[in-house]
Design a protein around this ligand. Structure first.
Ligand SMILES: C[S@@+](CC[C@H](N)C(=O)[O-])C[C@H]1O[C@@H](n2cnc3c(N)ncnc32)[C@H](O)[C@@H]1O
Length: 256
């Protein structure tokens, strides 16, 4: 018996509505497993930090990444255009960090900070503005971004008849950022990708992920329930829905 036979289109719609109420990118609620990955942006940042630095997170979301690194820097600022995400980042921040970690509602293309302020600028899965990165980085400072690769979850996209996993707006493109910062004489420290198997352990996690990304761009539970059943049928295994995770990493250093 395939997994799909256990669900009706009506149940998929109900589950999609229920999971749409989950807030933000709360990975703790997601039942997702993946093969070991060669790096994660958080670990690469940790290796560089010594406890003395000022760090900027561009497009910080709920602030989880910046907060998780706080024992490794002196001062941290996260900016995000979304009011609800900035509110959430502030509320989630442990009291003991509130004097030296701040979250501000602002676009990453106009960071409210003087030029040359930061030793490390991180950007995880958020739009890229290389000119602004260059303005706010101190000489010798490092810029680091992890982005979702265009082969991410390709089997899920293929079921929707979509060729590319991900079509980011121009400013998000990692190659464009690499080109601009290379023109600014930045030194390339790392430019890598990984592509590993990834499993959604339950259907609510798959549906939450689809609506968050979103996949497809105009996800609509009513019209997409049949395709979700097809995904469960095609990719379902006793362990869950098997797909893949594709990520890219770029690390560049500003000249002294
Ligand atoms: C996929 S989420 C990633 C959040 C966080 N970096 C993380 O890894 O969990 C992308 C974030 O970028 C933010 N964002 C989109 N455009 C932005 C912009 N122009 N300036 C700042 N933040 C932006 C969104 O509000 C969202 O929180």
């Amino acid at each position: 018996m395939t997994q799909a036979t256990r669900y009706s289109a009506e149940q998929i719609k109900e589950l999609a509505e229920a999971t749409a109420g989950w807030r933000g990118w709360d990975l703790l609620r997601l039942n997702i497993r993946k093969a070991p990955t060669p790096w994660q942006l958080e670990d690469v940042s940790r290796e560089l930090l010594t406890g003395k630095e000022s760090v900027l997170d561009m497009g910080c979301g709920d602030g989880r990444v910046l907060a998780s690194l706080a024992d490794r820097y002196r001062r941290g600022i996260g900016v995000d255009v979304s009011k609800s995400r900035v509110d959430r980042a502030r509320l989630s921040l442990p009291m003991k960090l509130r004097m030296r970690v701040h979250f501000t509602r602002a676009s990453a293309h106009a960071v409210p900070a003087p030029g040359g302020t930061f030793h490390l600028v991180i950007n995880r899965h958020a739009p890229l503005f290389p000119e602004e990165v260059d303005r706010v980085l101190a000489p010798g400072g490092v810029f680091m971004t992890q982005q979702v690769g265009n082969q991410d979850s390709r089997a899920v996209y293929a079921t929707f008849g979509l060729e590319r996993a991900y079509s980011p707006p121009a400013e998000v493109m990692l190659p464009g950022t690499l080109n601009v910062l290379t023109e600014f004489d930045y030194r390339l420290l790392r430019h890598e990708a990984y592509d590993v198997p990834m499993v959604f352990g339950d259907i609510p996690s798959l549906l939450f992920w689809m609506q968050s990304v979103p996949v497809p761009h105009d996800f609509d539970a009513e019209q997409d329930a049949a395709t979700v059943l097809e995904i469960i049928d095609r990719l379902g295994t006793p362990n869950g829905i098997v797909t893949n995770e594709h990520r890219e990493l770029l690390v560049m250093q500003k000249p002294e």
